[in-house]
Unconditional design. Structure first.
Length: 264
């Protein structure tokens, strides 16, 4: 299967399964985020009992990850998938050109990612989505925050720095991501109780494998007990069939049908 990008992988795998999904578009939950997509499987038996927030990367949008949902929804048909779109902001690394982004990126080195202007606002926006799901009756233990690239960075920051008084999420999933502003990152007690999985291609030229390794090391140094990272040989900055299968299996394990015990 060609490993040519996140959408290529998703569309090949999803195929005709897209017809099994219903879609409604909602306005921004806060901040400068544009429309947020809410996708649910018509194969679900009863109302949704879980939520998966799926966050796109730099320059992309909710529509850019929409093709992943049919495949992942096969594993958790009882979940609603929430896909936000980042605000448009100037990106320093791209000469100040404006594009969707969760935070500014000054360069491709770890040192150049220490400022991450806009990160706090975006964390607040994703937490707003979590609050919306809770208001719909979905407890944190049934909510997964996930993302690709810059979206993966957002999932790590949002899910693992939640206040100690907050209940932990079901899980955090980071695909081809890392921890920006690493010197400022502090894993909270709630974060330590959140299962976390990282997935990364070993020839990624955008978010280098070294970034993922150092981010994993940081989480271990700060005491995360339920953390694992899987790498994929020959995979660049994209998602392939093996990775999608691994993510789907993990989602199924942490978000079993309501009433079943999770196999973490």
């Amino acid at each position: 299967m060609p490993r040519s990008g996140v959408l290529a992988a998703a569309l090949v795998l999803a195929g005709g399964a897209a017809t099994a999904l219903g879609l409604s578009a909602a306005g921004s939950p806060g901040g400068d985020m544009a429309a947020t997509l809410r996708l649910g499987s018509r194969a679900a038996r009863g109302p949704p009992s879980a939520s998966v927030i799926l966050i796109h990367g730099l320059g992309d949008s909710a529509e850019g990850l929409r093709g992943l949902v049919p495949y992942l929804a096969n594993a958790v048909p009882h979940a609603t998938f929430i896909l936000p779109t980042a605000p448009i902001r100037p990106i320093t690394m791209n000469g100040g050109y404006e594009m969707t982004g969760w935070y500014d990126i000054e360069g491709l080195s770890e040192r150049a990612n220490e400022n991450a202007d806009g990160l706090e606002d975006s964390i607040a926006a994703i937490n707003g989505l979590i609050d919306e799901e809770m208001a719909r009756g979905v407890p944190p233990s049934r909510i997964v925050v996930s993302g690709f690239s810059q979206g993966g960075a957002m999932s790590l920051w949002t899910g693992l720095t939640r206040a100690a008084s907050a209940d932990p999420l079901a899980a955090v999933v980071c695909m081809s991501g890392y921890i920006p502003a690493a010197s400022q990152f502090r894993l909270t007690e709630t974060g330590r109780r959140t299962p976390t999985r990282m997935f990364h291609g070993d020839v990624d030229p955008v978010v280098l494998m070294d970034f993922a390794v150092s981010s994993e090391a940081l989480l271990r140094e700060q005491g995360h007990p339920d953390l694992a990272m899987k790498t994929y040989a020959g995979l660049p900055h994209s998602i392939n069939e093996d990775e999608l299968g691994d993510v789907a299996s993990f989602l199924a394990s942490v978000l079993p049908p309501a009433g079943d015990a999770a196999e973490l």
